[in-house]
Design a protein around this ligand. Structure first.
Ligand code: GLU
Ligand code: MG
Length: 448
């Protein structure tokens, strides 16, 4: 970042100050997401906005080695407590928070003290993937769907809101709460598309409109943190964990994705399968091929694999299909055709998910296999074998091995981040050696 860049950013911050002050903003929080998917933060008083955007705020390098439980692992690239980075808040995404009076929020990029992008910065990696896609003359639109469960604040072990799955009774029981979420997000410029009670007691789902990939990852952070705050205001506690309790219903973090050439969505209007263009097919094949490795990014926790089981609409098999909710990759046709990657969850860092999906799609070179239009889990082993259906990794350790064997993803992520990411995963696997599923679900319940 040059001196001129800093001056331009500083001037832009100064321009924004009066408007923010008029809206009552006193403090600005900036967030980044660590390799364990935890949203970490620092905040500054409003008068420090220009400094936070142009010169950044100090943050330890050790955040790259943080576990979901705040343990800090050692890895090949760790420098322990030594060294410092700068969090640069992104003024373009600065948002006045509707449910936290006096506060605004912005995502941050991490740079070194000279202003160069930190090689392990996840948001910058997502930007790099978008840049590489643009080099091919393409753009992508993404949206993260969020599923979550709530408990009463004073009874955190019990899911709140009994009643039938997708039942109106569950919506009406929580109508103030759900309205407050939609209203807060609307005031924050987030395009809510849908909200509804999900399958399980206490479970809800919210979807938003597709946007540019980095913007979609930013929105995913903002949506979940807004839901968390509004839940607290309604005497509820929100959990985005993939598996709240053993045997219960899981929370997915499905990603919707389409690739565009200018104004043209390449997932429709083509002469390939179900109207896909050749580019969309190859892109999808790239994602499908690499799903085992991608799971180390998109389903990155030990608890992720308690959710990722057959017959739970989580997508436990490496197949794709038109509107097949048991396929890890579901093609959605219709007016806004897109690919839904179902096997991911919200313990993932959304910026790494964006980067990984785009890199995998761009690396696609094979043709898409035949679509699957049955529940792969209901077939016999022989039938699955005959159709070439693979089960996705059933443990985080298997996903880590797949990622480590994937030279393309390793190169795209760069050795420091690819290695550190897996160091964090391995420390997490070790932490749970010998743990029961009950202990695992309990440990993650309130981390994300
Ligand atoms: N709750 C399911 C999951 O764990 C998804 C249900 C749905 O298809 O919306 O991914
Ligand atoms: Mg759902």
């Amino acid at each position: 970042m040059s001196e001129l860049d800093r001056q331009v950013i500083g001037a832009r911050a100064d321009e924004l100050l009066p408007g923010l002050a008029a809206q009552g903003v006193e403090v600005v929080a900036m967030t980044f997401v660590d390799n364990s998917g935890v949203v970490r933060t620092k905040a500054v008083p409003l008068r420090r906005l220009a400094a936070a955007a142009a010169s950044g705020i100090g943050a330890s390098n050790s955040f790259d080695f943080f576990g979901f439980d705040d343990s800090i692992c050692t890895g090949k690239y760790s420098s322990g407590p030594v060294g410092d980075l700068r969090l640069h808040l992104d003024l373009e995404r600065l948002t006045v928070l509707a449910a936290q009076p006096g506060w605004a929020w912005a995502p941050a990029d991490r740079r070194d003290q000279d202003g160069a992008v930190h090689p392990m910065d996840q948001r910058s990696l997502a930007k790099e993937a978008v840049r590489q896609l643009a080099e091919r003359g393409l753009t992508a639109k993404l949206a993260f769907e969020v599923e979550w469960v709530v408990t009463a604040e004073n009874a955190p072990d019990e899911l709140a809101g009994r009643g039938p799955a997708y039942g109106y009774a569950r919506l009406s029981r929580h109508s103030d709460y759900l309205r407050a979420i939609v209203s807060a997000l609307d005031n924050q410029g987030v395009a809510v598309e849908q909200i509804h009670p999900e399958y399980a007691a206490g479970q809800f789902e919210l979807s938003v409109g597709a946007e540019d990939p980095v913007g979609a990852a930013d929105t995913s952070v903002l949506v979940r943190e807004t839901i968390r705050v509004v839940s607290g205001m309604h005497g509820l506690r929100a959990s985005f964990t993939p598996q709240f309790s053993v045997g219960g219903v899981g929370n997915g973090g499905h990603v919707h994705l389409s690739v565009w050439d200018g104004e043209r969505n390449l997932f429709g209007g083509g002469d390939g399968q179900f109207g896909m263009t050749a580019t969309a097919e190859t892109f999808s094949a790239g994602i499908l091929d690499r799903l085992p490795a991608l799971l180390a990014v998109g389903a990155p926790s030990v608890v992720s694999y308690l959710r990722l089981e057959p017959h739970r609409w989580a997508g436990a098999f490496a197949v794709w299909g038109l509107e097949n909710r048991e396929a890890a990759v579901r093609l959605i046709a219709g007016t806004s055709p897109n690919l839904e990657v179902k096997c991911f969850d919200h313990t993932a860092n959304p910026y790494l998910v964006v980067a990984a999906l785009l890199f995998a799609g761009m690396a696609g070179e094979t043709a898409l296999p035949d679509p699957i239009d049955v529940d792969p889990g209901s077939l016999s082993d022989d039938e699955r074998h005959g159709l070439g259906i693979r089960r996705l990794p059933a443990t985080l350790a298997d996903a880590v091995s797949a990622f480590e064997a994937d030279i393309v993803l390793h190169d795209c992520f760069g050795a420091p981040l690819a290695t550190t990411l897996m160091d964090v995963r391995k420390a997490e696997i070790q932490r749970f050696a010998g743990s029961t599923p009950d202990q695992i679900t309990a440990a993650y319940r309130w981390a994300h």
